[in-house]
Unconditional design. Structure first.
Length: 363
C-alpha cells in the first residue's frame, strides 16, 4: 500500500507553513512566567480589545443553533453602508486570509505565479503555493518602496496577480495611488490588502470602479479588535464578487463574527477613538526607540514599528526579549536580518519594551 504522503499532490507536499503567533500560555511557558505577565507585541493585535457592545450583543443573540445566511445579506448591506459601496461589490470572509486564499484559487493554477513586492505579508506566497503556483518576490527599494517598474518587468504570461499590503506588513509604509495605478496598468489582478487602513486613513478603494482588476481587502481584526473571531471583507468588481460568492463555503462567516461586526459598526466613534490612542502611542514609541543607540525604527502608518537592530545581533536581542517575557516578531529572511517588528501595545508595555531593549542592546 502506498504511503499516505505519496497520495498528496506534489505541490502540497512541498508547502512551507506560515508561522503564526503562539497563544499566551505557550509564550508564558517559553519565558517561565505566568501568562498575565507576558507582553505580547508580535501579532499586531489591538491592545484595547473589541467594543463593549460586542460582548453585550453576543450575549443577547439567541440563534446560534441556526446556520448563517450563505448570501451574507445583513453583512453585505451593513458593510455597504459603512464603505459607501454597493453590496454586490462586497464579499465577507473568515478573516481576510480566507479572501486571499479564495482569490489565489480563483486566479492561480499549477505553473502560474503571483508577484509580491518583498518584504510583505507571508500569506500571499503560502496561498499561491497551495493553489499550485508560486510567488515571485520582487525586492522593494532601499526605503522599502515598491519598485513599480521592476514589478511590471517581472510580469509574464504566467503571472496572474500582484499582491501586497498598504500600509505594508512589516515595513509600515503605504503604496501611493500613483504606484497602484502603475501596477494596475499591467492588466493582471492587483490585490491591495488594507488591513491597517484605519491607522492611516489612506485607501485606494475609490479606484475599484475604475479598474476591474483591482481588489481591496479590509479586516476587523486590527482596528475593531476582533482578531479571534475572524472577519474580513473584499471589495471587487461585481463579476469577481459573484464568482467568489459561488465558490466560497456556504457558511464561511459564523454568526458570532457577524453579530460582533454589526455591533462594532454601531460603535465606530468609540473604536476610532481607540485607534487614535494607538496612533498616538505609536508616535510616542517611535520617539523612544529613536533614542536607543544602535536601534533604527522605520516610520510606520500602521499599528506596529519595524526596528533594525545592531548588525549581527538581531536574533540575540530578540531571544533576550523573549527571556524577559516580551515577544516581538523576528524575521530570518536575508533582507530583514537583524530586524524585529513591535506591535503598538499599551503605554506600560511600550515602556517595558524600551527599557529591556535599551539594556540588551548596550550589553
Amino acid at each position: 500500500m502506498a504511503h499516505i504522503r505519496d497520495l498528496l499532490l506534489p505541490h502540497i507536499r512541498r508547502l512551507r507553513p506560515y508561522q503564526g503567533v503562539d497563544p499566551m500560555e505557550v509564550l508564558a511557558e517559553k519565558a517561565g512566567i505566568p501568562p498575565e505577565k507576558v507582553i505580547r507585541l508580535n501579532g499586531n493585535e489591538n491592545p484595547y480589545g473589541p467594543s463593549p457592545r460586542v460582548a453585550k450583543a453576543l450575549g443577547k443573540f439567541q440563534h446560534y443553533n441556526h446556520y448563517p445566511d450563505p448570501e451574507q445579506r445583513r453583512l453585505r448591506q451593513a458593510l455597504s453602508t459603512y464603505l459607501g459601496v454597493s453590496p454586490d461589490w462586497i464579499v465577507a470572509g473568515n478573516g481576510s486570509d480566507e479572501l486571499i486564499d479564495m482569490l489565489t484559487r480563483m486566479f492561480v493554477g499549477p505553473g502560474d505565479n503571483i508577484i509580491i513586492p518583498a518584504p510583505t505579508f507571508g500569506m500571499y506566497a503560502v496561498s499561491a503555493e497551495v493553489s499550485g503556483g508560486e510567488a515571485v518576490a520582487v525586492p522593494r527599494d532601499q526605503r522599502f518602496e515598491i519598485d513599480v517598474e521592476a514589478v511590471k518587468l517581472s510580469v509574464n504570461a504566467r503571472t496572474k496577480g500582484i499582491f501586497f499590503a498598504s500600509p505594508n506588513n512589516p515595513t509600515g509604509n503605504i503604496a501611493t495611488e500613483a504606484q497602484v495605478r502603475g501596477l494596475l496598468d499591467s492588466g493582471v489582478l492587483v490585490v491591495v490588502d488594507e488591513t491597517y487602513h484605519e491607522f492611516c486613513g489612506h485607501t485606494v478603494l475609490p479606484l475599484v470602479p475604475e479598474y476591474p482588476n483591482l481588489v481591496v481587502l479590509r479586516t476587523f481584526s486590527k482596528w475593531a479588535g476582533l482578531a479571534g473571531l475572524r472577519i474580513g471583507l473584499g471589495v471587487m468588481h461585481p463579476e469577481v464578487a459573484q464568482t467568489m460568492m459561488s465558490m466560497k463555503p456556504p457558511y464561511n462567516v459564523n454568526l458570532a463574527a457577524e453579530v460582533a461586526l454589526l455591533a462594532s459598526l454601531e460603535d465606530r466613534p468609540g473604536l476610532l477613538a481607540r485607534v487614535q490612542a494607538i496612533v498616538a502611542e505609536r508616535e510616542r514609541m517611535m520617539g523612544l526607540l529613536e533614542q536607543i543607540p544602535g536601534v533604527k525604527p522605520w516610520p510606520s502608518q500602521a499599528n506596529f514599528i519595524l526596528c533594525q537592530l545592531p548588525e549581527g545581533r538581531g536574533k540575540e536581542v530578540f531571544e533576550g526579549l523573549c527571556g524577559k517575557g516580551i515577544f516581538l516578531r523576528y524575521f530570518s529572511a536575508p533582507r530583514l536580518r537583524d530586524f524585529v517588528r513591535a506591535s503598538v501595545g499599551l503605554p506600560a508595555e511600550t515602556d517595558a519594551l524600551v527599557e529591556a531593549l535599551t539594556e540588551l542592546v548596550r550589553r
